[in-house]
Design a protein around this ligand. Structure first.
Ligand SMILES: *[C@@H]1O[C@H](CO)[C@@H](O)[C@H](O)[C@H]1NC(C)=O
Ligand SMILES: *[C@@H]1O[C@H](CO)[C@@H](O)[C@H](O)[C@H]1NC(C)=O
Ligand SMILES: *[C@@H]1O[C@H](CO)[C@@H](O)[C@H](O)[C@H]1NC(C)=O
Ligand SMILES: *[C@@H]1O[C@H](CO)[C@@H](O)[C@H](O)[C@H]1NC(C)=O
Ligand SMILES: *[C@@H]1O[C@H](CO)[C@@H](O)[C@H](O)[C@H]1NC(C)=O
Ligand SMILES: *[C@@H]1O[C@H](CO)[C@@H](O)[C@H](O)[C@H]1NC(C)=O
Ligand SMILES: *[C@@H]1O[C@H](CO)[C@@H](O)[C@H](O)[C@H]1NC(C)=O
Ligand SMILES: *[C@@H]1O[C@H](CO)[C@@H](O)[C@H](O)[C@H]1NC(C)=O
Length: 577
């Protein structure tokens, strides 16, 4: 079950939210953010061993001390927030910790596992402790990255509305120059607010080092790990730094090391338009009863969508709801389309209804599904403790991992134009580069690739045939960089395999974690889900659940996890991205 938190529920944009929010996150699974009041992490003392305290319901929490700087321990420590859904097997069958990273970067592993721990236990097996951790700088790990002194300042600088936080670079000719300016300021603000001088240590190589510490604190030598989206890059970075410490590793929705460590995610868009094409094609195949945006051919649907886009550009929709108000404009709409591509099995039917409603002149439903509640705060209160810092986490980690970007406005325009040659969603995705154009904090000696190594155990690498942000080509490449690893291709649209349950894919993952068995090279898996499910399918599902077979339980578990896969939300929440 997805836990709904008392606040920020609507915001859970990331990957695991139940409403589509937004966008840019690398594919990450977003979850609902946990409220600080659900458990008081400040009660715990960080030490170099694991001291578990009951927390949330059925979970245990601990804080692990790790060096901020692995080369200079006198610089002090960071404290890593850990949660586990404990193994329910007899001690003799215990297989140790299995770590999960939900992507982002900046996604909270604690929130992911508190939301989904029992589903992961079903998925991987009861012999594991299912472990979520907040990467250094993120959420309940301290020190926590924040660029802002108060909640009001954060809201003014980075309004969470989709169209304001992630404007389309194609909305007007000024967006590139305005965003460049904004991120010059964000870069300056980050430097100034980093008074303890720790942002430089918030990098993927250090998170990988922390994962080894976590593993060792459990008394194990080798990592067992599942990483999705950005979490795949964390996995390949770990496997490169510590090739002989790989126990089991599944990476899914592959972010390419070369692209990541050069701050150039253009290749990320290789299959994006292919994913959109699956919407057109599957809508035609589903017919007018199941797909509300039906037209007899894919080409007609594409033409209708382009016409709707032009009409929204010419005349946006002003919308008021009981909770909020805002504008469904060109940028909002581009984000809305892009977001639907992350999790097609959950999103396409509703997306088609949204498009039909907009075409009929009604934007209320589309807006309401993505709205951010009107801002309220104790405006003088300090921003900290701030536990939903995926926005800061993403910028600090991705820009801090990369080279000094320093692009001029002209450079950024050229970068965007180059990416637009490859894909129609460059207007949104090229923002990754813009975000780093004013970033100044780079640690000397950080790992910058290349990734690749001979590992102590082969990796299982998973790629979808039409993933909007991590193309299959990158999964193939990663499998080639780690000799012995096996590529499993899931024949589905969407970001990472979790977007649709597949007995073939997820059964193979289960067997890999249980037994270390790898699927045959070249395995291509179909999914057990439909893009436009017929409205009548319910009864059979619940009847099946009553006497569920292990296969049904596995599919149900993956389905529950997949429901939270979404682009990272504007107002970042923990999730799987
Ligand atoms: C950092 O952590 C280590 C290991 O737990 C500990 O020995 C050391 O005293 C800590 N340093 C500081 C400054 O707290
Ligand atoms: C473990 O944590 C509890 C609080 O949850 C604390 O009372 C106890 O002293 C800790 N033990 C060690 C060895 O740190
Ligand atoms: C910008 O949007 C228009 C539609 O309004 C589209 O025709 C054009 O191709 C887009 N430009 C880029 C670079 O994507
Ligand atoms: C970014 O990568 C693309 C290929 O994916 C390449 O065409 C382009 O030149 C690169 N841009 C920069 C600035 O390195
Ligand atoms: C517009 O859509 C909303 C939500 O989908 C619905 O509640 C409302 O009745 C619609 N308004 C009109 C005028 O049809
Ligand atoms: C793996 O080992 C082989 C054989 O020793 C070697 O040729 C190759 O370069 C190694 N690959 C990597 C990525 O280290
Ligand atoms: C693990 O291997 C054993 C022995 O080969 C087999 O009986 C069992 O079904 C396997 N389990 C899974 C989950 O593949
Ligand atoms: C299917 O289940 C959903 C949610 O449980 C419910 O709202 C809907 O009415 C059901 N449809 C049918 C045909 O039973």
């Amino acid at each position: 079950m997805i836990r709904s938190s008392s606040f920020l529920k609507l915001i859970a944009a990331g990957l695991f939210a139940s409403s589509i929010r937004s966008q840019l996150g690398l594919p990450s699974v977003l979850l609902n953010a946990l409220a600080a009041s659900d458990f008081d992490w400040q009660m715990l003392t960080a030490t170099d061993s694991l001291n578990w305290t009951d927390c949330y319901s059925g979970f245990q929490c601990s804080l692990l001390q790790v060096p901020l700087d692995y080369d200079a321990t006198e610089k002090g420590n960071a404290s890593i927030a850990l949660v586990r859904f404990p193994s329910t097997s007899p001690k003799s069958e215990y297989l140790g910790p299995n770590l999960f990273n939900p992507g982002g970067p900046g996604g909270s592993g604690v929130s992911a596992i508190v939301s989904l721990g029992s589903s992961f236990a079903e998925f991987f097996g009861p012999q594991f402790d299912i472990v979520g951790f907040d990467p250094r700088g993120i959420s309940f790990s301290t020190p926590t990255v924040s660029f802002f002194n108060t909640a009001a300042e954060r809201e003014l600088w980075t309004p969470p509305d989709l169209n304001l936080r992630y404007p389309s670079l194609n909305a007007t000719s000024e967006v590139v120059s305005n965003q460049w300016s904004q991120f010059q300021l964000i870069g300056q603000l980050a430097e100034e607010r980093d008074t303890e001088d720790f942002f430089q240590y918030i990098t993927t190589d250090n998170v990988a080092r922390d994962m080894l510490r976590i593993t060792e604190a459990f008394g194990f030598e080798k990592l067992q790990y599942y990483g999705v989206s950005y979490g795949s890059l964390l996995g390949t970075t770990f496997a490169t730094l510590f090739p002989d410490k790989v126990g089991r590793m599944v990476i899914d929705g592959i972010m390419d090391g070369e692209a990541w460590y050069s701050a150039n995610l253009t290749g990320s868009m290789t299959d994006t338009d292919k994913t959109l094409q699956t919407f057109f094609d599957s809508c035609v195949a589903a017919g007018p009863d199941a797909c509300a945006y039906y037209a007899p051919t894919a080409a007609e649907i594409a033409t209708n969508l382009a016409a709707l886009t032009e009409s929204i550009r010419a005349q946006p929709f002003p919308v008021r709801t009981s909770l909020s108000h805002g504008i469904v404009d060109f940028s909002f709409f581009r984000n809305y389309i892009f977001a639907s591509l992350y999790s097609p099995y959950n999103a396409f039917a509703g997306f088609a209804e949204g498009l039909a409603a907009l075409t009929a002149g009604n934007a209320t439903g589309v807006y309401a599904a993505n709205q951010v509640p009107a801002f309220e705060c104790d405006c003088a209160a300090p921003a900290a403790p701030f536990t939903a810092n995926i926005y800061e986490g993403q910028i600090t980690t991705s820009c801090g991992d990369g080279p000094v970007v320093d692009d001029s406005i002209a450079d950024l325009r050229a970068f965007y134009a180059d990416q637009a040659q490859l894909a129609s969603f460059a207007d949104i995705w090229a923002l990754w580069r813009v975000h780093c154009s004013g970033w100044k904090i780079h640690r000397e000696g950080r790992f910058q690739g290349p990734v690749g190594a001979n590992t102590s155990f082969p990796l299982l690498v998973i790629g979808n045939t039409a993933d909007p942000v991590t193309p299959l080509m990158w999964a193939r490449k990663a499998a080639g960089l780690f000799p012995g690893s096996v590529l499993l291709t899931q024949d589905s649209p969407g970001h990472m395999s979790l977007v649709a349950p597949s007995l073939c894919t997820h059964g193979a993952m289960h067997a890999y974690f249980q037994n270390g068995t790898l699927p045959a090279p070249g395995t291509v898996c179909a999914v057990d889900a439909e893009l436009f499910p017929a409205a009548s399918a319910n009864g059979t599902t619940s009847a099946k659940r009553f006497l569920a077979s292990p296969e049904d339980r596995l599919l149900d578990a993956v389905r529950a996890i997949g429901e939270v896969v979404r682009p990272i939300a504007a107002r970042g929440l923990p999730g799987i991205a």
